[in-house]
Design a protein around this ligand. Structure first.
Ligand SMILES: *[C@@H]1O[C@H](CO)[C@@H](O)[C@H](O)[C@H]1NC(C)=O
Ligand SMILES: *[C@@H]1O[C@H](CO)[C@@H](O)[C@H](O)[C@H]1NC(C)=O
Length: 276
């Protein structure tokens, strides 16, 4: 596993600005890159990379017809994802007219990622700015802190996408960050579905005053009641921003934007209007 992720780790530079984010649930080779990079989002989060029991890395995503797309990207420590994929990821920050200056990869817990993450060793920093911890079930403090610090040693930032278990995340933030370094620099708080009741101000208070970047679910047909139009998202973001609780915001996810024929430009414009 010594060169895991080395494929996409080129030329990275962590930027801490107000996040205007979009989670990329759709296969990055199938989604509309031009629209995604020019709509106003400055942060794209590739969802998701998982670890197999053998220690290989797989990019799990969803195709345009809703089909699961599993693409092995690292096997036996060597990149196997092909240049089409690595070029696509590199293009997020370099394509003409792009407004994106930060790319993250989400890791989730379901595929035992967080049980064996302590064994992961990555290559030098690069075209990726941060790893996003979307742990929704394991919540192991020791390995979480160790992994964050390992990433910090590689020059990568660390972010979280919590929906519940505020006490765990408060512990993690207090152990990972200190007066000299804010390694964990953004909190993409889910405010939909299981996290629908989340109040950014309450999270800010629990996390030692860290500002929050809430994530709304765009209009979708999977759980229509959880979907948020650009206008409704704007109202929420304006209210929370006025409270001083949020630094930026974003959306889950691009697959639904494209499936429902919604507009990246409209969702992006809300973020630009509220957060600059
Ligand atoms: C990508 O989005 C842009 C802007 O919304 C649109 O003009 C273009 O047709 C889309 N391309 C594809 C392949 O859907
Ligand atoms: C501050 O936090 C960073 C990142 O977690 C860590 O590497 C460093 O050792 C910490 N410094 C102190 C003085 O605790």
């Amino acid at each position: 596993m010594h060169t895991a992720l080395a494929c996409i780790l080129l030329l990275g530079s962590a930027v801490t600005a107000a996040p205007k984010s979009m989670f990329l649930f759709k296969d990055v080779l199938q989604s509309n890159t031009t629209a995604l990079t020019t709509a106003g989002f400055n942060t794209l989060l590739i969802f998701r990379i998982g670890l197999t029991d053998a220690g290989d890395l797989v990019y799990y995503s969803t195709g345009g017809a809703g089909e699961a797309v599993d693409a092995p990207v690292v096997s036996d420590g060597a990149y196997t994802g092909g240049t089409t994929l690595s070029d696509k990821i590199r293009s997020f920050k370099s394509s003409p007219g792009t407004l994106v200056d930060r790319v993250e990869v989400s890791l989730v817990s379901q595929d035992t990622t967080f049980q064996i993450i302590r064994d992961l060793r990555c290559g030098p920093r690069g075209n990726l700015d941060a790893l996003n911890n979307d742990d929704e079930g394991v919540y192991d403090l020791t390995s979480t802190v160790a992994f964050a610090q390992m990433l910090g040693g590689m020059g990568l930032q660390y972010t979280i996408a919590p929906y519940t278990n505020r006490a765990f995340w408060a512990d993690a933030v207090s152990r990972i960050n200190n007066n000299t370094q804010q390694l964990l620099d953004h909190v993409y708080l889910q405010v939909y579905d299981g996290g629908a009741g989340n109040d950014p101000a309450a999270w800010q208070s629990a996390l030692g005053g860290m500002k929050i970047a809430p994530v709304e679910w765009v209009v979708n047909d999977a759980k229509p009641g959880e979907g948020t139009s650009p206008a409704a998202a704007r109202d929420e973001f304006v209210r929370w921003f006025a409270e001083g609780a949020v630094e930026g915001a974003g959306y889950w996810n691009d697959y639904d934007v494209e499936k429902m024929g919604s507009s990246y430009t409209e969702y992006g414009a809300v973020l630009t209007e509220v957060f600059g």
